[in-house]
Design a protein around this ligand. Structure first.
Ligand code: HSE
Length: 339
C-alpha cells in the first residue's frame, strides 16, 4: 500500500512493499454516506496520515453520525460541497442525477473524481470520461475487474468476457437453492446491504448489464448500448427449478457475457444452469467472478466479494492510492522542471 509499484495479484508469495512515496495528505470530499459511503469514510478516517476528509454530503445525517462522521464536516448541500478546494471528490450517491451534474462540475473545477456509479457510467461514459475520473469500484466490488482486463489486453486481444457480476442475485440464487422463498431471500440481501436501493435493478439483470457495458468498453473499446444487451433476469425462474437443478448437481447463476461473433459482438445477461466444476458455479453467495478469454485461448479467472459495506470501499481506496501516486509524481516532475 502506498508503493510506487502496482499491487500484483497472482501465484506468487505475498510481499508487502514499504511506502516509497513522500508523505502527501490527499484532501477528499465524499458525496453520499450510505452503505458504501459510510464504509469508505471509516477506511479513510483510519488513515489520517494519508487522507483528510474535509466534507461529507448526505441527506441522512443520522446514519453518517452513526458511522462516526464528525458533524462539522457534514452537509446536506451537495452543490456547495463541490466547490470545496479538495484533490478528489468521491461520488457514492448512485443514480443519474444529481450525480451527473455534480461529477461534471467537479471535473470542470479540476478535481479528480472516484465513483462507483455504474448506472451513470453505463449511460454517460463518453460525456464524463477524463483521465482524472476513476471507476474501478463500479464493477465487481473488491474484484480488480477493469484492471485485470487492461492487463490481459496488453498481452493479446480478447475474445470474450463472462461473469457473475451481481452479488445480490447470486446470493438470492443460493438461498433459493437451499429452500428459502424469494421474498425472504430479497429481504436478507437488503439487510446485508447487497441490494440496490431499488432491488428490481438487481433482480431484472439491469445492474449486471450496466457493469457489462463498462467491462465491454475496457475489453473491446466498444460503446455497448445498454438496450442492445439481451437481458433476462430472475423473473423467468421459479425456486423449484433451481432446487431441481441443485439435486441434479447443477448450479443456477445469472451470467453476463459479451463475446466476438463473426466480426461483431453479442452481449447478454441471463440465468444459466452450470455444472458444479464450472468456474462461475464456484462463486458462492455474494461473490462475483469474471472469466476473460483472449483470442489465443488464454483464460483469466478472478473473483471476490462483489457487494456489501466492505468490498466496494477497497476498490475506492485502490483508485485513491493510484491518484495519490500520480499527484505526487506530477508534483515531483514540476519541481524538477523548476530546478
Ligand atoms: N447491488 C449490487 C450487487 C451492488 O448486488 O452486485 C454492487 O454493485
Amino acid at each position: 500500500i502506498g508503493s510506487c509499484r502496482a499491487t500484483e495479484v497472482g501465484p506468487h508469495a505475498d510481499s508487502v512493499a514499504l511506502s516509497e512515496l513522500p508523505p502527501r495528505l490527499l484532501r477528499v470530499s465524499l458525496l453520499g454516506c450510505g452503505t458504501v459511503g459510510g464504509g469508505v469514510y471509516q477506511r479513510l478516517a483510519a488513515l489520517p496520515e494519508l487522507f483528510s476528509v474535509v466534507a461529507v454530503g448526505t441527506r441522512n445525517v443520522e446514519q453518517a453520525v452513526e458511522d462516526g462522521v464528525p458533524v462539522k464536516v457534514l452537509t446536506p448541500h451537495l452543490d456547495a460541497l463541490i466547490t470545496e478546494p479538495v484533490d478528489v471528490v468521491i461520488e457514492l450517491l448512485g443514480g443519474i442525477e444529481p450525480a451527473r451534474t455534480l461529477i461534471s462540475e467537479a471535473l470542470r473545477l479540476g478535481r479528480s473524481v472516484v465513483t462507483a456509479n455504474k448506472a451513470l457510467l453505463a449511460n454517460d461514459f463518453t460525456k464524463l470520461h477524463k483521465a482524472s475520473l476513476r471507476y474501478s469500484a463500479a464493477v465487481g466490488g473488491v474484484v480488480p475487474a477493469i484492471e485485470t482486463i487492461n492487463r490481459a489486453r496488453r498481452l493479446s486481444s480478447l475474445q470474450s468476457i463472462s461473469g457473475v457480476l451481481n452479488g445480490t442475485t447470486n446470493f438470492i440464487l443460493d438461498e433459493l437453492a437451499n429452500g428459502s422463498d424469494l421474498a425472504e431471500a430479497v429481504r436478507a440481501a437488503q439487510k446485508n446491504g447487497y441490494a440496490e436501493r431499488d432491488p428490481k435493478l438487481d433482480l431484472d439483470g439491469t445492474d449486471a448489464a450496466q457493469k457489462l457495458v463498462l467491462l465491454a468498453r475496457a475489453a473491446f473499446d466498444m460503446d455497448l448500448p445498454l438496450r442492445s444487451i439481451e437481458k433476462q433476469g430472475m423473473e423467468s425462474l421459479n425456486p423449484k427449478k433451481i432446487r431441481d437443478a441443485k439435486s441434479k448437481g447443477r448450479v443456477t447463476r445469472l451470467v453476463a457475457e459479451c463475446r466476438r461473433v463473426s466480426g461483431d459482438f453479442v452481449a447478454s445477461v441471463s440465468p444459466s444452469e452450470l455444472p458444479l466444476d464450472h468456474p462461475l458455479a464456484c462463486a458462492p453467495g455474494v461473490e462475483n467472478r469474471l472469466l476473460i478469454q483472449s483470442q489465443t485461448g488464454k483464460l483469466w479467472d478472478i473473483g471476490g466479494r462483489g457487494a456489501g459495506r466492505w468490498p466496494t470501499p477497497e476498490a475506492v481506496l485502490a483508485d485513491l492510492f493510484d491518484l495519490r501516486r500520480e499527484l505526487i509524481n506530477a508534483a515531483e516532475q514540476e519541481q524538477e522542471c523548476v530546478a
